[in-house]
Design a protein. Structure first.
Length: 62
């Protein structure tokens, strides 16, 4: 069974937000604006996305 994957793209800068936001982006592997990463959709990643939901865009990948 194939695992669902999601593409996470940073669309807004973390400057001016709490340090936790930029640390979460770094933990997700996002390095700069408009940078995207593909991750397996699981509860841990979803929790990280919820922390920085105002800074990222999420898309499902086939």
């Amino acid at each position: 069974m194939a695992e669902k994957k999601i593409k996470i793209t940073q669309i807004k800068s973390s400057i001016g937000y709490r340090l936790k936001a930029s640390a979460t982006l770094e933990a997700l592997g996002i390095k700069k604006m408009n940078h995207s990463v593909v991750k397996v959709d699981n509860p841990a990643i979803r929790g990280m996305i919820n922390t920085v939901a105002h800074l990222v865009k999420i898309e499902e990948v086939s």
